[in-house]
Design a binder for this molecule. Structure first.
Ligand code: UD1
Ligand code: UDP
Length: 382
């Protein structure tokens, strides 16, 4: 790759499913502000259902570069990311690198930018599970350590950064760009169509997503989880779009052939959110899904011992459960919904919403970046 001439662009680094959802609103707002930008797709996710469909449905511009790093162990994948991103940054000469969330592509972008002395911004800074067994916790800590601009989704994230000694001037509480994407597509959601497409009847149903190493890499826990899903599916039909990571482990633990459990391939963004919006309960270990259910007002049972997103509990619908508690928790959610439906019509309460999760985070991030670019240009003027 040879260096491109012209003004130095902002360079977004995205690689995995949740990155695309978080980046789309930022890219859109920067385009509206006329800022020069490029999109680098690392290729960490490459299946159409985990990548291409998001570019189409979120109306993202095609990536300027796709590095095609693919899958591998943490070391192999990260090594490939480091080599490919270094070449990409040398060619693109970014004014600033922007990375998103907590995946391996995020960590690699942060490390390469730091070594090349390129300023960098981290979108979704400051979240902490305080659980170093999670690869995501390692990734997000590295990204925050090097970020010149930390864009936080919630006050607890700001507190975490301050406690770690990040200067206040670097931290910007801007809200949640993943929720911007949700609000942008909300008018296009079609719960009835999505339900029909996966073969569900009109009766209440639940949605499941599980892919975290903590749940699918330890056979005893995976078995307990599948038992919990089976006991839950006996109460309400469940549809489970199975992420490729963990499919084999879940199947070995008995996932196939469970009555009431509909296994499907990973769904596109619109189909998935449509299903969630129409569901009675969601069972998940996803970070993003904890946030989306909070805004959609759907009860969320997160099968994890902790969450880096406590605001989804204090200001949302989320609750942490262990696999052994799952079936009882599903029963309690269904009973509460039945009691509510049978009770006297009360004035509807809109779902609680964390502050600034209002669909405008991308605009706030773009405004900070435009100011940053202006200050930088002024500082380098003769
Ligand atoms: C990654 C993130 C995780 C995030 C998830 C979002 C890391 C360490 N983990 O997990 O934080 O929640 O993305 O979905 O970055 N595979 C395919 N097709 C693809 C991509 C992957 O089949 O397009 C399979 C491969 O067998 C691969 C496995 O999934 O080995 C894991 O992929 P990888 O990107 O390493 O991690 P995820 O589990 O997807
Ligand atoms: N999602 C999707 N199809 C699916 C499952 C999830 O479009 O079958 C979306 C979901 O709405 C959210 C994002 O993918 O926007 C979350 O990604 P994931 O759970 O893979 O990653 P995490 O948020 O845990 O890092």
């Amino acid at each position: 790759m040879t260096a491109t001439p012209g003004p130095r662009p902002l360079v977004h680094v995205v690689g995995a499913r949740p990155n695309f959802v978080k980046a789309a609103p930022v890219i859109r707002a920067l385009a509206a502000a006329g800022v020069e930008q490029r999109v680098v797709h690392t290729g960490q996710h490459y299946d159409e259902a985990l990548s291409g469909v998001f570019f189409a449905e979120l109306e993202l511009p095609a990536p300027d570069l796709n590095l095609g790093v693919g899958s591998g162990s943490h070391a192999r994948q990260t090594a490939a990311l480091l080599v490919a991103l270094e070449e990409a940054f040398e060619a693109l000469r970014p004014a600033l690198v922007i990375d998103y969330g907590d995946v391996n592509s995020t960590l690699a972008a942060a490390l390469v930018a730091a070594k090349l002395q390129i300023p960098q911004a981290h979108v979704e800074a400051g979240l902490r599970s305080f659980d170093m067994t999670m690869p995501e916790e390692v990734n997000r800590r590295v990204a925050d350590a090097f970020a010149d601009l930390c864009f936080a989704t919630s006050a607890d994230a700001v507190d975490n950064l301050r406690r770690e000694g990040v200067p206040a001037a670097r931290i910007h509480l801007v809200g949640n760009s993943m929720i911007d994407s949700l609000e942008a597509v909300r008018p296009r959601l079609d719960p009835a169509g999505a339900r029909k497409a996966v073969g569900l009847s009109d009766a209440p149903y639940g949605v499941v997503t599980l892919h975290r190493p903590g749940n699918v890499d330890e056979p005893a826990r995976t078995r307990a989880l599948v038992d919990g899903l089976a006991a839950s599916a006996a109460q309400v039909p469940l549809v489970f779009p199975v992420h490729p990571r963990g499919r084999a482990a879940l199947e070995a633990a008995g996932l196939t052939g469970v009555s009431g459990l509909h296994l499907v391939e990973p769904l596109g963004y619109l189909a998935f959110l449509s299903l969630v919006a129409g569901s009675a309960v969601v069972i998940t270990d996803s970070g993003g899904v904890q946030e989306e259910t909070t805004i959609l007002g759907v009860p969320c049972l997160t099968v994890r011992p902790n969450t880096e997103r406590p605001v989804t509990i204090t200001h949302g619908t989320n609750r942490l459960v262990e696999p052994g508690e799952l079936a009882a928790a599903v029963g309690a959610v269904l009973a509460a919904a039945t009691a509510l439906a049978a009770g006297p019509a009360a004035p509807g309460q809109p779902p609680k919403r964390p502050p600034l999760w209002d669909g405008r985070a991308g605009e706030r991030i773009a405004a900070v970046l435009v100011d940053w670019l202006r200050d930088r240009t002024a500082a380098s003027a003769p």
